[in-house]
Design a protein around this ligand. Structure first.
Ligand SMILES: [Fe+2]
Ligand SMILES: [Fe+2]
Length: 337
């Protein structure tokens, strides 16, 4: 890496820095935000800061032991998969960040990386309290479908991460839109279905879901739209973005249906899962400025569960004095388009 990478006094003005390409000078100045959404999302991420120790996990083992065998399996298989998502996301973000030029966007990604690590820590704290940490973290070795889902997510992350063009960077961003916006969602709703039976897991997921859906997804949706706006992106690249979200829907439904077939629990059907994932995928496409392509249906019970817990979390967050600022900041504009 040459010296200019760190300090480039003849580089461009901060307000001219694009996400892809260009010649950044090397300063982070939060008073000069080219996009506004970057510093808004940074502030909201900071306001939402939480620690696993804020969640009461003292009765998790007792509660887990009272679950039915199917519910216990859903619990373990869900955390086995979600914990992979966060581990992979941290590593991916570090690689994606190196493709970007705009320093404020990079700084926001840095904070996101910290939050993904915090999520990994929270799974460890929860599963340790539950007494099955080793078992859950090792499930990928014994379950083919779990292993396959992880493998496919990893493959999407790796596909365009070498960069080298705005088109490749755009598709790399798409992998993250899929992760934040699709691969977590059935997992979140399973834990919410167990709900009051495992309040430790439920509350931990509420915090994680708030980070993923309120800040990480908007960050990558804005990154996607901005790369598209700032560069001449080929039609075939947009076609590839559609293909990637179609794959994501398939990956999410494959694992979801597998869990349901193996461990049926109350209130879920394959059809409900399909409608839920299609609706989410359409919403994500709209968020990145593309046309929805999946069959749209009424908001489903699982979506409502996720939304309800998001809203409860907004109220709950007031309980933690340090996070009172959430209220003030949750209404800020995260989208300049
Ligand atoms: Fe995460
Ligand atoms: Fe995330």
């Amino acid at each position: 890496m040459d010296v200019k990478h760190y300090y480039n006094p003849h580089g461009e003005e901060i307000l001219d820095e694009k996400i892809y390409g260009g010649n950044p000078t090397g300063f982070v100045d939060f008073n000069k935000s080219k996009y506004r959404w970057d510093s808004n999302i940074y502030d909201l991420m900071n306001a939402n800061t939480w620690f696993p120790s804020e969640v009461n996990t003292s009765t998790e083992k007792k509660n887990f032991d009272k679950l039915s065998p199917n519910e216990q399996s859903i619990y373990k298989m869900t955390f086995a998969q979600l914990s992979f998502n966060d581990s992979a996301q941290e590593e991916y973000l570090s690689d994606f960040r190196s493709l970007a030029s705009n320093r404020l966007v990079k700084s926001t990604i840095t904070l996101q990386m910290m939050q993904e690590v915090n999520h990994s820590k929270s799974y460890a704290v929860l599963l340790d309290a539950c007494g099955n940490s080793d078992e859950v973290f090792n499930l990928y070795k014994y379950d083919d479908m779990l292993n396959q889902k992880n493998q496919k997510i990893a493959e999407q992350f790796a596909r365009h991460i070498e960069g080298g063009s705005a088109d490749k960077m755009l598709l790399s961003a798409m992998a993250s839109v899929n992760l934040e916006g699709i691969y977590f969602l059935l997992g979140f709703s399973y834990i919410y279905l167990l709900g009051d039976k495992v309040p430790g897991a439920r509350d931990m997921i509420k915090f994680i879901a708030r980070d993923e859906l309120n800040t990480h997804l908007p960050l990558f949706a804005n990154i996607f739209k901005t790369i598209q706006k700032e560069n001449k992106i080929q039609t075939s690249t947009i076609d590839s973005a559609y293909t990637m979200i179609e794959e994501a829907v398939q990956i999410e439904l494959e694992y979801g249906k597998y869990l349901l077939q193996q461990f049926p629990i109350m209130g879920t059907t394959e059809e409900l899962m399909e409608r839920t994932v299609y609706n989410y995928a359409n919403d994500r496409l709209k968020k990145i400025g593309l046309r929805p392509i999946f069959k749209q249906s009424e908001t489903t019970y699982l979506q409502k569960l996720v939304t309800k817990h998001q809203e409860m979390n907004e109220v709950k967050s007031n309980f933690f004095e340090s996070n009172v600022s959430n209220y003030a900041k949750s209404s800020i504009d995260l989208n300049d388009f």
